[in-house]
Design a protein around this ligand. Sequence first.
Ligand code: TTP
Ligand code: MG
Length: 582
Amino acid sequence: MKVFRDLAWFFKQEKKAYLSGIFMLFLVAILQLLPPRVIGIVADEIGARTLTLGKLGLWIAVLIVAGLLMYVFRYYWRIYIFGASVKLARILRTRLYEHFTKMSSHFYQRKRIGDLMAHATNDIQAIQQTAGSGVLTLVDSLLTGGFVIIAMATTISWKLTLIALLPMPIIALLTNWYGTKLHARFKKAQEAFSFLNDKTQESISGIKVIKTFGQEKEDINDFKKLSDEVVEKNIAVAKVDSLYDPTISACVGISFFLSIGFGAKFVLDGSITLGDLIAFNTYLGLLIWPMLAFGWFFNIVERGSASYDRVSRLLNEKIDIKDHEHAIIESPKGNIEVNIAKFCYPDNEKTVLKNIKFTLGQGKTLGIVGKTGAGKTSLLKLLLREFEGYEGEIRIGGKEIKEYRLNALRKAFGYVPQEHFLFSASIKENIAFAKPDASEEEIHLAAKIAAVHDDILGFAEGYDTVVGERGVSLSGGQKQRISIARAILLNPEILILDDSLSAVDAKTEETILASLKENRQGKTTIITAHRLSAIQHADLIIVLDEGKIAQQGVHKTLMKEDGWYKDMYLHQQLEALVEHGG
Ligand code: TTP
Ligand code: MG
């Protein structure tokens, strides 16, 4: 029942709908009492041979009117109660989604996507059911059950009612016991579903890899294992759940047995009529539904409460990167001063960056190079404030990046991540992603700078070509350049290209760099690369080695120093020569 207390805010908010729905349920519960009573009366009139066609017609009319009214009321309580519960799903889904968008990279490194999806679908649905069917089954079983019992006791015989209800305490005890069991089992079932969801998501995303490595069989086996687990856990739920209905039926059976036995005696000694006994048993039949509903109620509420716990735990996860109280609203502009003493990723002791100290003037170009795993991407992530657990400080325009509103800070950047991502939308929409109101000309210009305009015109539908999930139908280089165009379109104060020219040939790289230079006068550009030609004209080049700055300067001075830069440059030149048949 805790889940109802947790959801009290929502019931308060939708008070009108719930009260209206409950009122309708109340009317239905009362109207339901009519038919058994009418049947009893008609039976007695038949027994006494006093039934006339006129009277029978009247009673039938009463039944028809009651039936019609119930039809209308039942329709409306569904609209009110189920309608409100759908709103709860919307509220929670939106909250969860907003929460997801606020969480940092660290959160997504820890969480499995399938699990998050399970929260947003399965769990929300279970909570919605609690606010819909859960409320219904509780209210309806209490109202219908209560009224039927009152009708039995007051209009027929309280003695017979007490006798017929003797099995009730057994039901109460068992229900309580089932509830506890169900909760624990539901939790396990939902967890198993999360795992399965995660596996499915990952396998479908990685289906090409699975196929090229011929791992279909193994993957199916893994899937089957998780799927079996879900079945097993749900069967465990069903095993407890299934106990409930037979228990109710057995108890109701005992009630019928008691009511017929003792009822017959009461009829014979004249304390009730035969019609009363018939009405009494029809009432008893009406009790089956509320008792079953009560069982469903437990099922629904236990599932909902397990899900509510899971969703709240997720919503309560702290947002680790957020705005300070008086954060600066303007986007940063100016020199970038980096002074990082030490940085490790959360939950990892390895020092990824150490003693990184440099200043980049506004409008200048910075090249960051170094072996794979040297820390290039990590340095960029700190600049973007994706992580902030470092010792030292990073300033832009003289102010620490933590002092800016996150939104404002990120607005200053156009970031082309190393692992680029295209949405399942048209190329146009992908490029205009961060500036949806961009004009055709702007979009085309960005694509031209990224040297992908001609490629796009080559597609049958040009800029309207829809790229499949993750842009399946494009080449790696095309996807990469569309990602570059997306960042360029923003004309950002600081453009970051993280290894973004890796999938284009040397000539295209040159074209892109030249048009960047032409179009980004006065704006800052940061490029990381493995091919040194991509950064050789930079105003500052930093060579990283195992998280430390091994060398820094401009191309000319670095070529005079003995070290990684010179070795690598000569090596790459030699390679290029060989490639061109020199
Ligand atoms: P990176 O900063 O990713 O190294 P890099 O960008 O220089 O490498 P590449 O040229 O291949 O792109 O990684 C530095 C170290 O930090 C490496 O040991 C992996 C680790 N790391 C994490 O632990 N978590 C992360 O999110 C990232 C990006 C890196
Ligand atoms: Mg990298």
